[in-house]
Design a protein around this ligand. Structure first.
Ligand code: SF4
Length: 408
């Protein structure tokens, strides 16, 4: 979601004539969009701010702006520690960031115009909701982004239509829990169906899904709507019911496995990916073994594994963080090793098949495309004409998570 918000901010600033640069040393305004979900992301942001301050000391005209979750959570602390930061805009106020930045840079408001999305990316990210009401006990999001708000369905459809008009072929719908989207009488399934009606749109993906809210209606729609990709990211977090309860996830492992079965029955080639947290307070070796066993049995298409670290304000921050760091590291490694092994087997089994892919990028004559199940496929010796096209690729080779092949 942060990538999507950064893109939107960049797009809005470009309507004032701003140009995005890739290196700090070329910037007149440095905007840092921050994430608070993990302590590591905050540490990275602090170290970037240190570099930005040094740059500003040599170039006093430069402005430094911090936006997003960290700005919301610890804006005044940032201001105290980094005296050269000019502007802080919290995540809840992100819609006003553009006006505040314009003000800071003395840009004439009369130049402001409705943001016309003219970017030509094949894949476009569209935010459909903000915030979250779930209060998983480890998660800072409800505190920094506020309660769940579903955005206006008509605005979302208009944004998708405009993106397609400008060349997008795939729309990725984003929200903390897209399954609970509800705007007036439009729920998530009906929203996706309406977006699927847009002429010229080839594919729809969405994330993130919450197992407690994934409906049969959505599972059925995924199986029948041809534009909806056969991939779902469904965070499991743990397979221990004791830990799921302590995480306040509001489902059991049995419920989760039931969803996996329904999804695979409805869409046999679906790829299910997930998130796992290891070392949550109170996670015994047995609890962890249950999760590792689940990873082996479910055979996820891929997963993100995280070592638990307490986040301020959350309920879990008051729990005893009793799993030693070395133990968290070892559990993390075990999960990743198992997941990588499964990924290698899955991609190896695709060698010799023909996959329908959408080409998303081209660099040095090599197309980067994606299967409907979300796997990356690379095809050599191609040109710009292939960009944004649906292609059938004969898979010749597989490496860890990627496939290589030729167009047929
Ligand atoms: S569903 Fe849970 S983990 Fe996801 S954003 Fe909401 S509180 Fe955080």
């Amino acid at each position: 979601m942060n990538v999507c918000e950064s893109d939107k901010l960049g797009l809005a600033l470009s309507t004032y004539g701003a140009l995005k640069v890739d290196v700090l040393q070329e910037a007149d305004v440095v905007i840092l969009n921050t994430c608070s979900v993990r302590a590591q992301a905050e540490q990275k942001a602090f170290s970037f701010l240190g570099r930005a301050e040094e740059f500003k000391q040599e170039n006093p005209g430069v402005k430094i702006v911090v936006v997003g979750c960290m700005a919301e959570r610890i804006g005044s602390k940032i201001k105290r520690r980094f005296k050269n930061v000019d502007l802080i805009v919290g995540a809840k106020d992100i819609d006003n960031a553009i006006l505040k930045i314009a003000d800071l840079c003395n840009i004439d408001y009369s130049l402001l115009r409705k943001i016309e999305d003219s970017s030509s990316n094949v894949v476009r990210y569209v935010t459909i909701m903000r915030g979250c009401d779930n209060y998983c006990s480890y998660c800072v999001v409800p505190f920094v982004r506020g309660g769940e708000i579903s955005l206006n369905a008509l605005d979302i459809i208009e944004e998708c239509s405009l993106a397609v008009k400008n060349g997008a072929k795939e729309i990725m719908l984003l929200g903390q829990n897209v399954n609970s989207y509800k705007y007036k009488d439009v729920n998530f399934t009906s929203l996706v169906k309406k977006i699927a009606e847009i002429d010229g749109l080839e594919r729809i993906r969405f994330m993130t899904n919450h197992p407690k809210d994934l409906s049969d209606e959505l599972i059925d729609m995924m199986a029948t709507a041809s534009k909806v990709c056969s991939h779902i990211h469904l965070p499991m977090q743990s397979a221990s019911n004791k830990i799921l309860k302590a995480m306040n996830r509001k489902y059991t492992y049995e419920h989760y496995v039931g969803l996996v079965k329904k999804l695979r029955t409805a869409t046999p080639d679906i790829s299910i990916t997930t998130d796992i947290i290891v070392g949550f307070p109170g996670e015994t070796k047995e609890d962890f073994e249950e999760t590792l066993k689940a990873v082996k049995e479910i055979r996820f298409g891929g997963l993100y594994a995280f070592r638990y670290s307490p986040r301020p304000d959350t309920k879990a921050a008051n729990m005893l963080d009793d799993i030693p760091f070395e133990e968290k590291k070892s559990r993390h490694t075990l999960i990743l090793e198992e997941s990588n092994k499964i990924s290698v087997e899955i991609v190896a089994s695709m060698v010799g098949s023909v996959q329908q892919v959408l080409s998303e990028k081209i660099e040095n004559g090599v197309i980067e495309a994606r299967t409907r199940s979300g796997r990356k496929v690379f095809v050599k010796d191609r040109n710009e004409k292939d960009l944004g096209r649906r292609l059938n690729v004969s898979i010749k080779e597989a490496k860890v998570n990627s496939l290589f092949g030729d167009i047929i």
